[in-house]
Design a protein around this ligand. Sequence first.
Ligand SMILES: NC(=O)c1ccc[n+]([C@@H]2O[C@H](COP(=O)([O-])OP(=O)(O)OC[C@H]3O[C@@H](n4cnc5c(N)ncnc54)[C@H](OP(=O)(O)O)[C@@H]3O)[C@@H](O)[C@H]2O)c1
Length: 407
Amino acid sequence: MPGTFSVGLLGHGTVGAAFAALLEERAEAIGRVTGLRPRLSGVLTRSRGDFDAILADADLIVEVMGGVEPARNFALRAMRAGKHVVSANKLLLSQHGEELWACAREHGVQLRFEAAVAGVVPVIRVLQESLAAAHVERIHGIVNGTTNYILTEMARGGLSYALALEQAQALGYAEADPTDDVTGRDAAAKMAILARLAFDTPVHLDQVRYEGIEHITADDIAYAHQLGLGLKLIGTAERVDGGLSVRVHPAFLYGGHPLASVNGPFNAVTVESDAITEITMSGPGAGGPQTASAVLGDVISAMIPPATTPETSQELTIVNDVESAFYLHMEVADRPGVLAQVAELLGMQGGSIKSVVQRGLGDNESLVMVLHPLLESRFYAGVQLIAQLDFMRSAPRAIRVIEEEFV
Ligand SMILES: NC(=O)c1ccc[n+]([C@@H]2O[C@H](COP(=O)([O-])OP(=O)(O)OC[C@H]3O[C@@H](n4cnc5c(N)ncnc54)[C@H](OP(=O)(O)O)[C@@H]3O)[C@@H](O)[C@H]2O)c1
């Protein structure tokens, strides 16, 4: 007969309820593998349960409440009491990770958080364990399923942003208040956590620049398609000039990029390093049962041998001005010399055109181009000058392009 392992559960919503059901279903099999049979020893919600009583009775605390407080306070108190903590809370870890990891180290307990980034995709484990010795150069991620679903529908069906968002809400892929998802903040929190692990330096959510998808038009997606490009909300963390850039923004990808074919509510992360070239992991990024499965995986790992998040060994400078290739969409009046003037203004900033499409006639003319990489500050300086040209019929629209392809 295996002994028991008591799990205290904080939160019984989408993830918490699915976790409780999965734990019960898998308890016997886990008992056979680990020698200990896990059982739920207490549940806390806003209306039931007492944290102190749950803590006293638990070997491990699962935090799936969300929000920063009281989740932070409960996690710290649990670890100080010598209990392992498993959390799915990206907002908490991206803002208070260093404090929490230090507490885990100090008290010799585990703090696991696989479900906080990319749901069931085991990217945290891979960075912390399999790639622990790799010198990671860059991470790209589609780490928000809601926005990936919306962009996929805009591309497939030519839907407007507003209609695609409505559809995502009707299908349960987007919350009633989708602000954190569509502004890029949710993805920024996840990229802060990934960057901290991959680059061994403290990264706070406030240091991640992010842009969302609210301003994207179906028109841009359709034009770029003709240039061989597909649009994604991409999180990037990469070494730049001895420092680190961590950012989230919509970006076009060419078809050969491993993230180009990641569609619908799926998540995926690519890790690049000289030694490994490129690894891509993909799978469902959210959902109660899926996330609960990642949480339960962490519980089982905590029942076996330790994995701690080591102290950071360096402090990389956060770099904000990086080189990017750009897609630029301009609605222009039909007259000679338009392309030459635009090219000249971009050229003054060091920009050069890689490909161009000119469409429509008269009042409907659009000039769409992809530029070779240049410093973002110089690109936007050029765009400001272009916006003032008298043949421009509306403000130019710019979206970054990721040029790498691996096939
Ligand atoms: N949903 C997903 O697909 C998903 C995916 C990955 C990660 N996550 C993360 O998992 C966590 C939980 O998400 P969820 O979707 O399961 O949230 P949810 O459905 O809103 O459930 C939250 C649960 O926590 C409880 N709770 C919230 N604040 C509390 C407080 N101050 N005191 C006591 N209980 C409190 C709620 O109690 P009541 O029942 O009384 O309201 C509810 O049971 C979040 O950190 C989220 O980011 C979710």
